[in-house]
Design a protein around this ligand. Sequence first.
Ligand SMILES: NC(=O)c1ccc[n+]([C@@H]2O[C@H](COP(=O)([O-])OP(=O)(O)OC[C@H]3O[C@@H](n4cnc5c(N)ncnc54)[C@H](O)[C@@H]3O)[C@@H](O)[C@H]2O)c1
Length: 348
Amino acid sequence: MTTTTRIAVAGAGLIGKRHIDAILAVRAAELACVIDPSDAGRIVAAQTGAPHFTDLESALRRGGIDGVILATPNQRHAEGALMCIDAGCPVLVEKPLASSIDDARAIVAAGEAAGVAVLVGHHRRHNPIIAKARDLIAEGALGRIVSVQATTWFYKPEDYFETGWRRKAGAGPIFINLIHDIDLMQHFAGPATEVHAMQSSAVRGFEVEDTAVIILRFGSGALGTMNLSDTVPAPWSWELTAGENHAYPATTETAYWIGGTKASLAVPNLALWSHPDVQSWWSPITATNLPLETSDPLLRQIVHFCDVIRHGAAPVVSGRDGLAALAAIEAVKRSADTGTPVRLDAEL
Ligand SMILES: NC(=O)c1ccc[n+]([C@@H]2O[C@H](COP(=O)([O-])OP(=O)(O)OC[C@H]3O[C@@H](n4cnc5c(N)ncnc54)[C@H](O)[C@@H]3O)[C@@H](O)[C@H]2O)c1
């Protein structure tokens, strides 16, 4: 038995290459092979010295794989995940779990029936800042969660939209960016039960939205608001505040606010605000700035995947979590398209 965990990467594009770099950097992991039908994929494999396959089925048949990361286009997630589950091979599927709710449900059901671990690539949850925020909530440091607020404002330059599909339905910032934020809002406040959303494409005039606002109700009784735009030059987004991807210049601003009955917390800068003496708006309010532990969530995600494969650890982001994020995003789109609130209880 090998001592390292052999992980295959299917899809050696933008995010697949980052997973490959992360596997190569983690001592407990080994790159089993690269699976990608394109020439670019063959070149990536050659650069790493790992075997190259043009399709997942042949790679699984050859064996020597302990787990697979699926970093293929969204439409390929379901067939790839089901193939891995059939082969009894744990799989980490990039977000969104699938390109439809039905496909996502099928993946979750197949994984649970076969007892094969399914993880979803909402990697922000592996950031120690998110773990700390969640611990504070669980310990009751904020009291009962009343409301959460997320701002996702940034400016995508004109050349970003030269790639045609990025101007088409399904590729806007709701599906591409907000799915991570909504996963975190549910991580903090529990499952959302109702959403009401508005969207606009008034600035760029593309088929796809450039701006959206969302109101959420959570099963816990908490409420939430989210405000998204990829056409506002601003520092208030996870991308430009968390410093986890060097492609984005980091600022010291913040992106999320979590409000409880005892205190409120800004994330990612981890400022915990409360009244030290009398809990009243007339009494001084102060911030405790909690220490920030920074480390690359993609590396931590690989270490965790090895732990799931080797020791049966419970996934930090399960298939069900991925399904819940996708269901919330689909509800946001439906509400924005119809102008009516959408209930989520029946979706999962
Ligand atoms: N977690 C994140 O923050 C994050 C960031 C970017 C992308 N993603 C997700 O990762 C996935 C890939 O996105 P990307 O931007 O890297 O795309 P990409 O287009 O850059 O790369 C996709 C790669 O998959 C290959 N491919 C296509 N069909 C395949 C198949 N059947 N088997 C194996 N390889 C195949 C393509 O040749 C290409 O190299 C998407 O689901 C996307 O939503 C997640």
